[in-house]
Design a protein around this ligand. Structure first.
Ligand code: LLP
Length: 385
């Protein structure tokens, strides 16, 4: 399936904006549902990738759960139709009010990231007369082979409980009366394209679940987080869901009655979104030509922050097919406000529309108001009223 841009509609609109192709989203969700249900795997969509209510309502309608990292995300998930019993709450720094609200909302579980957090959740649950379900987020020390800003499971990472503290966590849990342990949780990083990384994760998890079993501790849920990467060079390709799940099916040993849960974010929403912008100026540098567009790093920060590649297309119909290379840059007063260097485009003019592809994940949600710019708005492929 290919995104077709309604250029004539776009011409009437102010730029920049995010354009979401909802049929691409549905198609992705369909494949995700079929491939995960084959093995009875449970999905919690990671809201941090995109929490636009229009998208969330569609995602929740497929029966998926949600992975949230703030009370505001939980509240958003609830208001968009996600079932509280399918919501998990992660994050190294949950505030007291967030814990308390999540408990009252009756979420499935807290993915706990430190020993002290266990005490705090136990106390708050006690004050509310409730029992908190928790999963221990364990740092398995597996290299994700991805950009260092989005790798989360090396030894020195702030995420999760280190392996050498699991024993202490388990002893502590025995004494905490308002908490029940229902599982263990992992998330080793994002934009992982090498299946070998997930294979390594499976063997590490097998060792860990064996350890719990040897201690006669039942774990109902094994949650392996998200991380499946997408092909930024081929924006119309779907993520490799079938291959991904089959790795876990083949290598991860589940004990009887154990459930396997996943938290995909990027792979669900990246391909349905593009950032649409207009060319403001073309100018010469000493060695290059610049196409200056009206979207900036405030609208899509990934290239500036992670040197991320996004395919850039000039979507205005062209009469000539002269190809020129441009540095495509935004209007912000920072040199890192560059979407791509030496990008091959048809001869581009002021007023042409530019699509920055695969921007549905970690695009709109990471926008800022730096330079006092407006936040980008969103446009959908169909009427959403
Ligand atoms: N679960 C947990 C606990 C996470 O921390 C994340 C992402 C996910 C699931 C979803 O991972 P995904 O399937 O999207 O890879 N802003 C960065 C990505 C940060 C990812 C943070 N955690 C980017 O633009 O590449």
């Amino acid at each position: 399936m290919k995104t077709e841009f309604p250029i004539y509609r776009f011409k009437e609109l102010n730029t920049p904006f995010y354009y979401y192709d909802l049929s691409i989203l549905r198609n992705t969700l369909e494949v995700l549902k079929n491939e995960s249900e084959k093995y009875g795997y449970k999905i919690h969509y990671a809201l941090k990738a995109n929490s636009n209510p229009v998208l969330l309502k569609i995602i929740s309608s497929y029966g998926f759960g949600a992975d949230c990292v703030s009370w505001n995300e939980i509240e958003r998930a609830l208001s968009c139709g996600f079932n509280p019993e399918k919501i998990v709450f992660a994050g190294v720094g949950k505030s007291d009010y967030e814990i308390s609200n999540a408990l009252k909302a009756g979420i499935l579980c807290f993915n706990c990231e430190s020993l002290q957090e266990l005490d705090v959740i136990n106390n708050i649950a006690g004050e509310l007369g409730l029992t908190a379900r928790v999963a221990l987020r364990i740092n398995p020390n597996v290299d994700a082979h991805t950009h260092h800003h989005i790798a989360t499971a090396k030894e020195d990472s702030k995420f999760g409980i280190i392996i050498s503290e699991i024993e202490e966590a388990v002893l502590k849990l025995e004494s905490l009366k308002n908490i029940v342990l229902i599982g263990i949780h992992f998330h080793i990083g994002s934009q992982i394209t090498r299946m070998q990384v997930f294979r390594n994760l499976c063997s590490r998890i097998n060792e860990i679940t064996d350890w719990f079993s040897s201690r006669k501790i039942d774990l109902k849920i094994i949650n392996v987080g998200g991380g499946l990467g997408i092909d930024y060079h081929e924006p119309d390709n779907l993520p490799a869901f079938a291959e991904y799940f089959s790795v876990f099916k083949e290598l991860l040993r589940l004990y009887p009655g154990q459930e396997l849960h996943f938290e995909p974010g990027r792979s669900v929403v990246a391909q349905c979104g593009s950032l649409i912008s207009k060319v403001l100026f073309i100018k010469n540098g000493s060695n290059t030509k610049f196409a200056i567009i009206d979207a900036g790093m405030t609208d899509l920060i990934r290239p500036a922050l992670y040197q991320a590649y996004h395919k850039i297309e000039n979507i205005t119909p062209q009469s000539l097919n002269t190809i020129i290379h441009y540095d495509v840059v935004g209007p912000i007063c920072e040199s890192s406000d560059t979407f791509g260097k030496y990008v091959e485009l048809p001869k581009t003019r002021r007023g042409d529309l530019i699509a920055i592809r695969s921007a549905g994940a970690y695009g709109e949600v990471m926008a800022s108001r730096y330079n006092l710019r407006n936040l980008p708005y969103s446009v959908f492929s169909e009427d959403t009223k």
